[in-house]
Design a binder for this molecule. Structure first.
Ligand SMILES: *Cc1c(COP(=O)(O)O)cnc(C)c1O
Length: 394
């Protein structure tokens, strides 16, 4: 037998975390690393946050799971919190980001089909990442995610990201919705322009389409707003949220307006675990912290400081870096070459965890609970890493 017990679908590295303390991870062999990856934008309160861990422990001891056949005081409470603080009127809870996007896709199809229309096609954008289920890989144009898994689910059209004219031209009689990340994450921390997002809203309204935002990565206070759409002055009809929403507890949510959710009636959708009391306790605890006065302003302030420090840092290494982009504490360093080797170098030799992304971008996604000392430490480690790094010859 040569296959590993863990199905070998990930290129796992030698860093093997066994404990977390705030913004740090400690490995099996005792190495300590500054975690500016946060489980890919998940651990937004860092590791071992006392309010979150206590809420989970208390709920686990009280009631972990019941089926969605029963009334849910825990789910009603967290859904109400989301409704009160967003565009949405209603929420479906999932266990992951891909499931939240799946629910959004189904919501868009049902919106039209429940009203007697046969529209089903969804316009998505190149280099998007929406998850790894059959529908969500079909929603992305990335061939590397399709290979070996054909046939794809029908009904997706891919247009260049930030290309409003392309989006307009792609609309046809079967078009049901646009699905877009306001800030592409895996694609390389690329914020969409204001005119693109606002233009999609206008196009959707003109053509009777739903506008779906995938805020699985950029949502939940990561950019200094509860959801990134707030930066653009428009609201979606449907939105997928996950990653940070449970602070490390696996959960997601599909949010929708009452109109957009008109097809999602009894019996149309479900999930055994989705929205169980344990998940709701985690989500509610995360929101207790991020909705507290001043929390998101602090994310904005820290993001501005980190971004300024990164700009200054890259000025010393023009052979390695070409720019900084992103919003709040969702930042990307644009590199002159593929980022994976540098990410590994920072991790293995300088105790700094970051994440590689598309378009030669290195993602910096710290916990939202960091302070100035962590920013200083990140810059020190990046500087030491850049000084000791030999970029591959182009
Ligand atoms: C991570 C991600 C997903 C998929 O989330 P999973 O929890 O891995 O299923 C979907 N969309 C975006 C934008 C993401 O970053």
């Amino acid at each position: 037998m040569s296959i590993t017990p863990l199905m070998p679908v990930y290129p796992r590295c030698g860093f093997r975390p066994v404990r977390g303390e705030g913004a740090y991870l400690i490995s099996e062999d005792g190495r300590r690393a500054l975690d500016f990856a946060s489980g890919i934008a998940v651990n937004l309160l860092g590791h071992g946050h006392p309010h979150l861990t206590k809420a989970i422990a208390d709920q686990a001891a009280t009631l972990m799971h019941v089926s969605n056949l029963y009334g849910s005081p825990q789910g009603e409470k967290f859904a109400q919190l989301l409704v009160d603080n967003t565009f949405a009127d209603t929420v479906f809870f999932t266990n992951s980001g891909a499931e939240a996007v799946e629910c959004a896709i189904k919501t868009a199809r049902a919106y039209h089909q429940s009203a007697g229309s046969d529209r089903y096609e969804i316009i998505t954008f190149k280099n998007a990442f929406h998850g790894r289920t059959m529908a969500t890989i079909s929603a992305s144009n990335q061939d590397k995610m399709h290979k070996g898994f054909l046939p794809l689910l029908e009904g997706f059209k891919y247009v260049d990201f930030d290309d409003l004219e392309g989006a307009r031209a792609a609309i046809g009689p079967k078009t049901a919705a646009f699905l877009v990340e306001p800030i592409q994450g895996e694609g390389g921390v690329r914020p969409a322009s204001d005119s693109f997002i606002q233009g999609l809203r206008t196009l959707a309204d003109e053509h009777g389409l739903l506008l779906i935002f995938d805020e699985v990565q950029c949502g939940v206070a990561r950019t200094g707003k509860l959801y990134a759409y707030e930066h653009y002055g428009v609201t979606p009809d449907v939105m997928a949220s996950a990653k940070g929403i449970g602070g490390g507890f696996p959960m997601g949510a599909c949010l929708a307006t009452e109109t957009a959710a008109r097809g999602m009636v009894v019996g149309t959708h479900g999930s055994t675990y989705g929205g169980n009391p344990l998940a709701m306790a985690a989500g509610t605890a995360v929101f207790d912290v991020i909705l507290a006065d001043g929390f998101m302003d602090n994310v904005t302030a820290l993001g501005a400081k980190l971004e300024a420090a990164l700009h200054q840092f890259i000025g010393n290494y023009p052979n390695l870096f070409t720019g900084v982009r992103g919003k709040g504490l969702m930042l990307g360093l644009m590199m002159t070459h593929e980022t994976r080797n540098f990410v590994a170098h920072l991790r293995d030799n300088h105790g700094l965890l970051t994440v590689a992304a598309g378009d030669n971008t290195l993602r910096i996604l710290p916990p939202l609970t960091i302070d100035q000392s962590h920013i200083d430490e990140c810059i020190e480690k990046l500087s030491a890493g850049a000084a000791s790094y030999e970029a591959p010859v182009a």
